[in-house]
Design a protein around this ligand. Structure first.
Ligand SMILES: [Zn+2]
Length: 250
């Protein structure tokens, strides 16, 4: 088997590994997006909850203020019951009326605040519902990632073994070149020689689409023990069997 054929075997296996991983990678990306959305909703929920607690406390304060004023009115009424002079009575009556007006203002504010509390309560409930729904989506996405990982674990293990067997006969220097290219190009270490025009001897590199000198094409077809690389982009070149058979007379 020529080194090109051995490398193509490796290349095919590496593509399968990438394909497997990409499915899980996509699920991981979806999971992250769902988690971010959940965090955003949780922050929103906590902000609204703070506002709700604040409004509730302030409504409570206003209610106790109003009660305080009521108690003062009651006290004055008791005093009034024992008063004999008209002048003193009138003065206390004025005081009571002033306090009543004050109490009305406070109660108005309390009512307004209670309305706010009710509105905020509705928002709190609404966001809590959204958080719950989003948590379910996150759990679903987590499951998808876990299942994906479990699903590919066996296949990945098999492929790694197959890859080790396929890499065995390749000399270390060639293997190192291939591995580096595979990493640099993210899985595009090999380029197929593409025939554009046989009569004019026009051939291009399948990776960078630049034309290849005929000497490079010939070297690729005839060298079986060493990789030939594209002079332009550096990938390892190979020719499909049909092209080989067509160009090399038996
Ligand atoms: Zn190229």
């Amino acid at each position: 088997m020529s080194v090109q054929d051995q490398l193509r075997e490796l290349f095919t296996l590496d593509q399968q590994v990438r394909g497997l991983r990409s499915r899980v990678d996509a699920a991981s990306r979806r999971l992250n997006a769902q988690r971010n959305k959940l965090e955003q909703l949780q922050r929103q929920a906590s902000e609204i909850n703070d506002q709700y607690m604040h409004a509730k406390a302030s409504a409570g304060n206003l209610e106790s203020d109003s009660q305080g004023v009521e108690e003062r009115i009651e006290k004055i009424r008791k005093v009034m019951a024992g008063v004999r002079s008209n002048k003193e009575y009138s003065a206390l009556l004025v005081e009571i009326n002033t306090l009543k007006a004050e109490k009305d203002v406070i109660e108005g504010k309390a009512l307004e605040q209670l309305g706010k509390v009710e509105e905020l309560q509705a928002t709190v409930d609404e966001i809590a519902g959204k958080v719950e729904a989003q948590s379910k989506l996150v759990a679903g996405a987590e499951k998808e990632v876990e299942e994906g990982q479990a699903e590919i674990a066996d296949q990945l293990g098999d492929l790694e073994k197959e890859r080790a067997v396929a890499a065995e006969p390749i000399d270390p220097e060639t293997l190192a070149l291939y591995n580096k290219l595979d990493e640099d190009t993210e899985g595009e270490a090999l380029g197929e020689i593409e025939e554009q025009d046989r009569r004019r001897m026009e051939y291009t590199c399948g990776a960078c689409f630049m034309s290849l000198p005929i000497q490079v094409v010939n070297a690729t077809l005839t060298t079986n023990d060493k990789p030939v690389t594209c002079p332009n982009c550096g990938v390892i070149l190979y020719a499909k069997t049909e092209l080989k058979e067509a160009l090399i007379p038996k």
